[in-house]
Design a protein around this ligand. Structure first.
Ligand code: C5P
Length: 329
């Protein structure tokens, strides 16, 4: 039925055009312009995604357009692993180790264990992928966000985040768990492990942890044999981490780099159509702590990360209605 309508409209437009060309002797070049007019364009224009509210990557917000670079691959694949020299140098400087492994060899070994395909290149007008990014803030306690969080297509959790015993506030589903060796926990068979590599040794660790368990220490003792589904493992691209650092946070200092939570948020913005954010920031009393700490102690929120700039950027994204930040309790 829809196509019938299109065919009729095209016929009417064509007849009108031929009529105009004949009567007014419109030159041939203008004939093409007539066909390109906005009526025709609008007829065939489809929404970039199927979400009711908005499609994130297609936002016309200028500030967002200055920051968002669709072309930067979020995850490593067999075909995109080569790093430009300046990015490699930056990445190597994040966490120093004694290991002098060869990056290309490490990548080769990685992709002999995990899939080498490019993930999530499936944006389309018929897709509305909603994602919940769940940070570890104590402001989740008493929030009753559990059902809202579980209602998303993808649920991202990170580091040591547990769900058992906290379901009413944090939900129970996890589709993606983001971690680095020192923050790793075992996963079930349905969850994607997303490794955040802060050094080459971290990539070696994931290969080892999914196979023979030969690496037992990175910066300190780590899980040597990890329970996780090898076919669902992905590794955040070092070039993506560099892009978040430079383009989103404008950080010049060599000593700091983005936090897990901020990296995951931008990662989600690249692979989802709608992003909602939970468990970030202080609680209503101004305390920065984890929801799973039995005796909450406020921690310094910056450390190696630019907590202030990250928080302001998250608020900016929220105010511009690019994401929804749930403030918690
Ligand atoms: O502490 P951890 O790094 O495991 O927490 C995961 C992420 O959750 C952090 O990187 C940070 O972005 C976010 N977080 C927060 N406020 C807190 C605790 C965590 O924004 N009080």
């Amino acid at each position: 039925m829809r196509w019938c309508k299109y065919v009729k409209v095209i016929l009417v437009l064509l007849s009108a055009t031929i009529f105009t060309v004949t009567i007014h002797k419109v030159p041939y070049g203008h004939f093409k312009d007539l066909l390109n007019n906005s009526v025709v364009e609008r007829l065939f224009h489809e929404e970039p995604c199927a979400c009711m509210e908005h499609c994130l990557a297609a936002s016309d917000d200028e500030w967002f357009a200055e920051h968002f670079r669709k072309d930067v691959p979020p995850a490593l694949s067999l075909n995109n692993s080569v790093l430009p020299n300046h990015i490699f140098k930056w990445w190597q400087s994040l966490q120093s180790t004694r290991s002098k492994a060869n990056y290309s060899q490490v990548i080769k070994e990685l992709f002999s264990v995990i899939p080498g395909e490019e993930w999530y290149r499936d944006a389309s007008p018929s897709r509305c992928r909603t994602c919940a990014v769940v940070g570890n803030s104590g402001n989740l306690l008493g929030s009753y966000y559990g059902p809202v969080i579980d209602n998303h297509d993808f649920v991202f959790r990170m580091n040591k985040a547990p769900v058992q015993g906290y379901e009413k506030d944090v939900g129970s589903r996890t589709t993606h768990h983001i971690m680095y060796p020192e923050s790793a926990i075992h996963l079930d068979n349905n969850t994607h492990l997303v490794l955040l590599p802060f050094k080459t040794l971290d990539i070696q660790w994931v290969t080892s942890a999914l196979t023979d368990g030969s690496i037992k220490r990175t910066r300190f003792k780590v899980i040597d044999k990890l329970q996780a589904n090898k076919d669902k493992v992905m590794v955040m691209h070092p070039a993506f981490m560099h892009y978040v650092h430079k383009t989103w946070l404008h950080i010049k200092s060599r000593r700091s780099y983005p936090s897990t939570g901020f990296l995951v948020l931008i990662f989600a913005m690249h692979i989802c159509d709608e992003v909602n954010v939970f468990g970030f920031g202080a609680n209503s009393k101004g305390t920065w702590h984890h929801y799973f700490e039995k005796t909450p102690k406020s921690f310094k929120r910056t450390g190696k990360h630019s907590g202030g700039i990250e928080h302001e950027t998250i608020l900016e994204l929220h105010e511009r209605r690019l994401i929804d930040l749930y403030m918690g309790w």
